[in-house]
Design a protein around this ligand. Structure first.
Ligand SMILES: [Zn+2]
Length: 511
């Protein structure tokens, strides 16, 4: 093999790449090797000194493009491109390598690899074989790295760990040597975005909100964003060869509930009509039915003779039902006040609930003792299996099967324990909060936002309400509220009554 001499005009080329974590390829070591090599050459002159921080999968690297441009502008001169090894030159598929060698040749540039100089003579049969092998090795190595990364990524995904970039609202946190998505300070805005879609806001409105809050910048991927299952705590493992796509429970904390996520999917699919957008002035919109025909009442303002604006809930049927909003709202405040239990009753219920909780705790302690016992048993059995294997009393296939089952049970017990601990922690918090809410219904209602109002009404009245001037009517109350309702006192502002939607039409229809 004839190795051509190095030209006087030299271009130094190094490639460092973060995805190939090898210290042999650091900038300093490559530089040092090239410099020592050049020092041993007679009168060479470095015209261009380039470092690429890029993958070698193709030649679309900023530094390499600069070299090609430089060569195009200096066609009259001959150059040698000097690098330490062929995998620094490229890891591209071989045909791309041959193609680039040809391009460089036409630009009067020869290649000089310090570790393995080659003549690049395409007429010499031995040389042709040598080239094929030399160019194939870095390319194959790249494929191997890629496959390893892909398998690793897939394996992590299957275990519920997301390992690509964190979507808006999340950040990546290292935990037990694994990256875990963790909601960041933007997470509440993401939740708000989902909620806005459900509340009937249009996509541009949601985009504006998210942009204003600096959650999101590009315009094009809003659909992808709201379709990302990561937000409801799941991970998508894409289809590969004969494996079809699967969605599994992720290890990370969701930002929105499964229900909210599904609702938004239905909206984006056009399966569900968006709810009519509620106006601050009409918190009862969507809750009030027409007492005459049973249709949902609409809400709107009309302008009075002197230009004043008056809000009404009204029926769009022929029945002409029309309620002034002040009347409906005042009566509702009275009603909420009425549903509010006395403090004495509340403290009594709190005592009962806490008592129940303590009894529950006792049961849990017994349960915990049992699980402790079972855990100890499992650990003993595992130990026993180890001994059996060592003494040759067990085939290794059996050993792994038995060990697997025991370990699985152990994990299940431990997960359950964690769950119980969480419930205990939250229980008291919810209890206090619930009692406080029930004890101050009218306050929380009148001072709440539109969302809070809807939430409070929705949780007290599982069914729609009918306003009948002197009182409201509804088929039933929430069980929890019923529990607190003083039974000795007839409610003045509420009638609990199952009425078919069109029953009153029969009476009203008479001449
Ligand atoms: Zn009506």
């Amino acid at each position: 093999m004839q190795i051509p001499p190095i030209h006087k005009n030299v271009i130094k080329y190094r490639r460092v790449s973060t995805d190939e974590q090898s210290t042999n390829y650091s900038f300093a070591s490559q530089n040092d090797i090239i410099d020592r090599f050049l020092n041993n050459q007679e009168s060479v002159e470095v015209h261009l000194d380039i470092t690429d921080d890029a993958s070698g999968k193709n030649f679309k690297r900023p530094g390499f493009i600069k070299i090609l441009e430089y060569l195009k502008n200096h066609r009259a001169q001959k150059f040698s491109l000097v690098f330490i090894d062929w995998d620094r030159f490229t890891r591209a598929p071989q045909w791309e390598t041959y193609n680039m060698i040809n391009i460089l040749h036409n630009l009067n540039c020869s290649l000089y690899c310090v570790f393995k100089p080659m003549g690049l003579d395409f007429d010499d049969p031995d040389e042709v074989v040598n080239q094929a092998i030399t160019f194939a090795i870095p390319a194959a190595e790249r494929l191997r790295i890629r496959r390893r990364t892909m398998n690793g990524t897939r394996q992590a995904l299957k275990q519920g760990y997301w390992c690509n970039n964190a979507p808006y609202g999340y950040k990546m946190v290292r935990e037990n040597h694994k990256s875990l998505l963790t909601p960041n300070e933007k997470a509440p805005d993401i939740l708000r975005g989902f909620q806005m879609l459900i509340d009937g806001n249009t996509i541009p409105e949601v985009i504006n909100y998210l942009k204003e809050n600096k959650v999101y910048h590009a315009h094009s991927n809003i659909y992808t964003m709201f379709r990302n299952v990561l937000y409801c705590g799941q991970v998508k493992v894409p289809a590969l060869k004969d494996e079809s796509e699967i969605i599994i429970e992720g290890k990370h904390q969701p930002i929105v509930s499964r229900e909210i996520f599904q609702e938004v999917q239905d909206i984006l699919d056009g399966k569900r009509r968006k709810q009519l957008k509620k106006h601050e002035s009409f918190p009862l919109k969507g809750i009030l039915l027409c007492p005459t025909c049973g249709k949902m009442l609409r809400a709107s303002f009309s302008t009075g003779r002197h230009g004043g604006k008056f809000g009404y809930y009204h029926c769009i049927g022929t029945c002409k039902t029309r309620h002034k909003i002040q009347e409906a709202h005042n009566l509702l405040t009275h009603l909420l006040g009425e549903l509010q239990p006395t403090e004495k009753l509340l403290s009594y219920y709190k005592m009962v609930l806490e008592d129940t909780f303590k009894t529950d705790c006792q049961a849990k302690i017994t349960h915990t003792t049992n699980t402790h016992k079972r855990k100890a048993e499992i650990k003993q059995k595992l130990q026993h299996l180890d001994n059996l294997l060592l003494e040759g009393g067990l085939k290794s296939s059996d050993y792994y099967r038995l060990q697997e089952n025991l370990k699985l049970e152990l994990t299940q017990i431990e997960n359950k324990e964690l769950e119980v601990r969480d419930i205990e922690k939250n229980y008291k918090l919810y209890l206090d909060w619930g009692i406080n809410l029930v004890g101050n219904l009218d306050y929380y209602y009148s001072s709440g936002t539109l969302e809070a109002k809807s939430a409070i009404l929705g949780s007290i009245f599982p069914e729609k309400l009918i306003f009948e001037q002197s009182h409201y009517r509804t088929p039933r109350l929430n069980n929890f509220i019923s529990l607190f309702r003083p039974s000795d006192k007839e409610l003045q502002y509420l009638q609990i009554q199952e009425t078919p939607a069109n029953a009153s039409v029969l009476f009203d229809g008479s001449p």
